[in-house]
Ligand binder design. Structure first.
Ligand SMILES: *Cc1c(COP(=O)(O)O)cnc(C)c1O
Length: 425
């Protein structure tokens, strides 16, 4: 192994000359944890290796896609055989039909769907369809929820937008932001008030069914059902942004786990198995408004790309009807959460659902945006750096989820518990 971090440090310095913050997505820069980022060389299973040769147990898993772990053999084989036939055709392929059919089988509400390249595109397009279908302009979103970086959704946004204290991005015209109404997560009254104040003008509610971009905040009992009822009462659509929860909390995502059926849904991350692929879709009568069938325009040169669909299809095939995989990742995550809870008693709280979890540096229960914002981010940064140096790679921000994959071994989780609980604070 080279001098700890020397190569990463050098690459980081050189990269900052060419890319803002030296990175292509803000949180990667480690700016919230006061150190320079590690540059990755490769990853296998539950481990990620930096360019200096250091090994880490990975709890980021590329921010969610890696539910099977890194470099899964079946996914790689599927990609390799796809590559040999050419990278892109700009014309339909059989694999697009296959993955569309498989997604519909796994998530029955996805009666008709479109493949796109990123979660940002999926949510942006779903909202356009909701507006086109209802003829209404306004959208309700929740403070601290993140739905990608399209103009109208970078309002009180989560993820890197909270981490960098820019929930409302510069460069978003006032006219866009005005059509985005902001409610409080887990507060149905705040939603109904917006409906009443904007009677007949709300096209839809977009929500992360489990808020996963301000750390993990679970929906309270009845919250998602309540959103369903309010959407119906005010003749508006319910859009689930399942870019993180989809194919993770259950084969059919959060909508299966919580038993609430949205009108439209968005998927990303896992659906591409590590390649750029995302999906939006839902009720057929709504999706029939998308061109060429209807007047809502949405397109993509690389949409449904043959290599991306090869990775996605291989991944989803391993998840379909695989309740033991979900049981396994959920159990492992519970084991990790239980293993560190005692250590953090009185100093931090742990939220978990399925294979998603967060360690919040606060004494109070974390149930909404306000309680999230009471966390001690300085302490998180210190904790992050301590465990990173000992070989555990956590999300470099208090406001991001940890991800556990099928490739995580109990041996590595035990090692993680030992490192976390060995007096790093
Ligand atoms: C990651 C994420 C997005 C954006 O997806 P990209 O592929 O990064 O554009 C949207 N919604 C949620 C809930 C996400 O976690």
């Amino acid at each position: 192994m080279d001098i700890m971090g020397a190569k990463s440090e050098e690459l980081y310095k050189k990269s900052t000359e060419y890319m803002p913050g030296g990175v292509n997505s803000p949180v990667r820069s480690f700016y919230a944890v006061n150190r320079s980022p590690i540059f990755i060389d490769h990853a296998v299973g539950d481990k990620i290796y930096d360019v200096d040769g250091a090994e880490y147990i990975d709890y980021v898993c590329s921010w969610g896609p890696g539910i099977l772990g890194h470099a899964d053999k079946d996914v790689l084989d599927s990609v390799r055989s796809a590559i040999d036939k050419g990278l892109t055709f700009g014309a339909p392929t059989e694999r697009e039909y296959e993955i569309a059919k498989l997604i519909q089988e796994m998530v029955p509400s996805m009666e008709m769907l479109r493949l796109v390249n990123s979660g940002t595109e999926a949510t942006m397009s779903a909202i356009r369809v909701a507006r086109g279908y209802t003829g209404k302009d306004k959208i309700i979103k929740f403070r601290g929820c993140y739905h990608g970086h399209s103009d109208g959704l970078l309002v009180k946004a989560g993820s890197g937008a909270i981490t960098g204290s820019i929930p409302d991005s510069l460069g978003v015209p006032k006219g866009y932001a005005e059509n985005t109404l902001v409610a409080e997560y887990n507060d149905l009254e705040s939603v109904e008030e917006l409906f009443k104040n904007n009677l007949g003008n709300v096209a839809g509610i977009i929500v992360e069914p489990v808020a996963a971009n301000m750390g993990i905040v679970l929906p309270e009992e009845g919250f998602l059902q309540g959103l369903r009822s309010l959407a119906d009462k005010y003749d508006s659509l319910l859009i689930f942004d399942e870019v993180i929860t989809g194919f993770r909390l259950a084969p059919g995502g959060a909508q299966e786990l919580f038993g609430v059926k949205p009108d439209l849904s968005c998927f990303g991350k896992i659906v591409g198995g590590g390649m750029p692929l995302a999906v939006y879709g839902g009720r057929k009568d709504i999706m029939k408004n998308v061109a060429p069938l209807g007047g809502v325009y949405q397109a993509g040169t690389l949409a449904g790309n043959p290599v991306a669909t090869a990775a996605g299809l291989a991944t989803l095939k391993k998840l379909q009807n695989n309740s033991s995989l979900y049981e396994d990742i959920n159990n492992k995550t519970k084991y990790l959460a239980d293993g560190i809870r005692e250590y953090f008693k009185g100093r931090a709280v742990i939220n978990r659902v399925g294979s998603l979890m967060s360690i919040f540096f606060t004494k109070e229960d974390v149930v909404d945006y306000d309680s999230v914002m009471k966390c001690d981010t300085g302490l998180y940064a210190k904790f992050f750096c301590n465990v990173l140096d000992k070989g555990v790679y956590l999300p470099p921000s208090q406001y991001e989820s940890m991800f556990i994959s099928a490739a995580h071994s109990y041996e590595d989780i035990d090692k993680t518990i030992e490192i976390i609980c060995s007096g790093n604070l």
